[in-house]
Design a protein around this ligand. Structure first.
Ligand SMILES: [Zn+2]
Length: 467
């Protein structure tokens, strides 16, 4: 079958997570987190990738008393060495006291900022858990690995993606480092993946880079274009996640207006207009009724001004108001459904019904649908097991029908979303020989336990499963 297009990956962060971060699983508790980080931090391949900092992932609030991850659980084992642990599906971080100080937070009197959530003790001092834009100081100031290390980790991430049949993806948090690394890999003839790079417009925390330099990068995007890298893409994270204890998704108020307090990038309409004019495709992260409406309104305004503008994307679509579904097709907006892992998952249940990827309504509205793993926030890029959970829903009770539809979303729809439909997305004369050999016919809907046997990128076997 044609190679899989993953509509939403964080290749850079996934590569780093697999090679350079302390992997502590997802079941740590307040009593085990310190020891687990110590053990995993010393076992990872590149212990000093972040100089003396330790990056770890992921913490799960359920393992902490009252659901609050406190820095005191890290301080005992790490009194001096800065430690940052990722949590909240990538939307929060737990820092120990040393890390808070090093990043420049005023532990006793840190002021609130728009779109940020500081968890505080009764006296107002920081607990150590930082949600959304509250992570900004930490992310833009912590030491980041060198370019040569970034290249190494990207190559590793691409190898892992090949195992899952992915040879085309949208990088959802592109920054200056990754674009330089991809350019060098391309020049060296070492890039065997088609990548559409969504350069971050905002917020800074997701790019680990300051706004000023991101804007410059967006202006210079063309210079980083190459055979396998298309830089005509932009990323905006409009709100957060509907998960406890964050609840940072943007809902609608009683008057049908988005809850402005939850909006992280306030000038989304200006940004959409600006990059739409340049022919760049925006991917806008929305997880609530309010953010989704705001993003579609921004796209509509751009479309009125520039009727022939490019296709844009809403990412997540986990909580869409009924009024919005028909607008996707009307406004030429791709509905990028993700993270696939959470379509059906016990974790999702904790959102209290706020995470509902409604494929049925989206399909009835004839929206252009793609699927993303959100690898980086999700531990594994493989889409087969998660899709086994929804194949019958998508096929309205028929596994075979669901299989066909999902295969199309994973291949042709993805190629169309990034404008590569003349060269990829199907196996046809004149297109690139990008294809995978599966152990079964996926279009019959048997996603559970499916395996990729071989991955071919431009005719060359880039991965083969051991016999
Ligand atoms: Zn993401």
């Amino acid at each position: 079958m044609p190679g899989i297009h993953d509509a939403h990956m964080h290749l850079l962060y996934s590569g780093l997570a697999l090679t350079s971060d302390a992997n502590i699983g997802f079941d740590t508790t307040s009593t085990t987190i310190g020891a687990k980080i110590k053990e995993a931090g010393c076992a990872c391949h590149y212990v000093n990738a972040y100089q003396d900092w330790i990056m770890a992932e992921m913490y799960n609030n359920e393992g902490f008393p009252g659901g609050i991850a406190d820095r005191k659980y890290l301080d005992e084992m790490f009194p001096d060495r800065p430690v940052a642990v990722l949590g909240g599906a990538g939307h929060s971080k737990l820092l120990n006291t040393a890390a808070l100080k090093r990043a420049g937070y005023d532990i006793e009197n840190e002021p609130d900022i728009p779109g940020g959530k500081f968890f505080r003790r009764p006296d107002g001092s920081l607990i150590g858990e930082l949600g959304e834009a509250a992570m900004t100081k930490a992310n833009v100031s912590m030491p980041f690995p060198s370019l040569s290390h970034i290249k190494r980790t990207l190559r590793f991430a691409i190898q892992v993606a090949h195992r899952s049949g992915v040879m085309s993806c949208q990088e959802a948090s592109a920054n200056t480092l990754i674009l330089h690394a991809l350019k060098e890999l391309e020049d060296e003839g070492k890039l065997n993946m088609d990548i559409s790079t969504h350069i971050v417009y905002g917020p800074e925390f997701i790019a680990h880079e300051k706004k000023e330099s991101l804007l410059k990068l967006l202006d210079a995007a063309d210079k980083f274009k190459s055979k396998h890298v298309d830089t005509r893409f932009v990323k905006i994270i409009l709100d957060g996640v509907p998960l406890p204890p964050l609840h940072t998704h943007c809902a609608l108020d009683a008057n049908g207006q988005p809850d402005e307090d939850k909006i992280i990038v306030k000038d989304v309409a200006e940004a959409v207009a600006k990059y739409d004019e340049r022919g760049m495709t925006l991917k806008i992260h929305c997880t609530g009724h309010g953010s989704t409406r705001m993003a579609l309104d921004a796209i509509k305004a751009a479309r009125n001004k520039n009727p022939k503008g490019p296709r844009h994307e809403i990412a997540h679509n986990s909580d869409v108001h009924d009024d919005e579904y028909p607008r996707y097709k009307a406004l030429n907006v791709t509905a990028e459904m993700l993270p696939a892992l959470f379509f059906v998952h016990p974790f999702t249940a904790s959102s209290g019904g706020l995470m509902d990827w409604n494929f049925t309504k989206m399909m009835e509205a004839n929206a252009h649908i793609t699927i993303g793993s959100d690898w980086g926030a999700a531990p594994d890029p493989s889409l087969f097991a998660p899709l086994a959970n929804i194949v019958e829903t998508v096929g309205r009770g028929s596994k075979e029908k669901g299989g066909e539809i999902l295969c199309r979303m994973l291949t042709r729809h993805g190629a169309e979303a990034v404008g590569r439909e003349t060269e990829a997305g199907s196996i046809e004369i004149g297109k690139k020989a990008n294809f995978i050999v599966m152990d079964r016919d996926l279009s019959k809907g048997e996603f559970g336990g499916a395996n990729v046997l071989r991955t071919y990128f431009e005719g060359e076997c880039v991965w083969e499963k051991d016999a």
